[in-house]
Design a protein around this ligand. Structure first.
Ligand code: SF4
Ligand code: SF4
Ligand code: SF4
Length: 263
């Protein structure tokens, strides 16, 4: 066991524990974009940084294992400043239109900007604009709202096994694309919707659900799928006695068969 002090709280955690898990055990609310416990680590978004006493650099808590006798602060002035800069960099190429966005009320970028008081970006300029029209009947792709967390890419590869999408280009012009940047219908995509389920912002949406109710306007009803005999569980989104969408259940250990995967 390793000793660690987090926000003044002394505790012990097993060797090999990641800082993010130790911090959460200590009650700290660590923000994350690219981190997903079911996917391989990316360590790319830097919103989960924490401060370790004696270290010159802030540590990305999702990819840093606990060391013995670490002293960690999760909301120090430097941590808060770094998170604000991350948010400003993301807003620099973000189409901020929360009022008409399907993700309003269920969006991590919106939540963290509110939490840290970031309303606009000092880095904003003429950014790249990405195509939105993908004629498939299921998934709207609005990459002007993408924060390049790559959760969709990893979920498509590691959960669905389709490898339909990946990162194209680098830097300011990086974006998610199919091979040769074509439509999803012409790729190995099977329209499972897993990418939509893991997207933390409004870049991917179900076309079938769009305009039928924001997350706080629907009731979520847990159910078991009747399509095949596997017995997957998920939530139906219900508004005015109509089913308007489906959400996977991943966080609550409530999905023992499919573990949040959707087909
Ligand atoms: S993705 Fe989030 S921050 Fe961006 S417009 Fe939609 S709700 Fe607002
Ligand atoms: S719908 Fe499924 S197969 Fe298609 S890109 Fe998304 S995760 Fe991959
Ligand atoms: S589309 Fe969504 S999940 Fe994929 S990289 Fe962009 S923000 Fe992340």
């Amino acid at each position: 066991m390793f000793n660690i002090t987090i926000d003044g709280k002394e505790m012990q955690v097993p060797k090999g524990t990641m800082l993010i898990d130790a911090c959460r055990q200590a009650g700290a609310d660590i923000p994350t974009f690219c981190y997903d416990p079911d996917l391989r680590l990316a360590g790319s978004c830097r919103i989960c940084v924490v401060e370790a006493k004696g270290r010159r650099n802030l540590l990305a808590s999702c990819v840093t294992p606990v060391e013995n006798n670490m002293v960690i602060e999760t909301e120090s002035p430097d941590v808060i400043e770094a998170r604000k800069v991350v948010l400003e960099l993301l807003l620099a190429r973000h189409k901020l239109e929360c009022h008409v966005c399907e993700k309003d009320g269920d969006c991590r970028l919106q939540d963290y900007c509110y939490r840290y008081g970031v309303g606009e970006s000092r880095f904003a300029g003429e950014g790249p604009h990405f195509f939105k029209n993908d004629p498939n009947p299921f998934i709207e792709r609005d990459y002007d709202k993408c924060i390049m967390c790559t959760r969709c890419v990893r979920a498509c590869e590691e959960i669905t096994g389709a490898q339909a999408i990946n990162v194209e280009h680098r830097g300011h012009h990086a974006r998610i694309a199919t091979a040769f940047n074509g439509n999803l219908e012409d790729s190995p995509c099977v329209f499972c919707g897993q990418c939509v389920m893991v997207c933390p912002v409004g870049a991917l949406n179900s076309k079938i659900s769009m305009g039928k109710g924001k997350s706080y306007q629907v009731d979520k009803v847990a159910t078991t799928c009747t399509y095949c005999g596997t017995g997957c569980t998920f939530e139906l989104n219900v508004k005015d006695d109509q089913i308007v969408g489906v959400s996977s259940m991943r966080d609550e250990g409530f999905s023992p068969v499919n573990k949040g995967a959707v087909c």
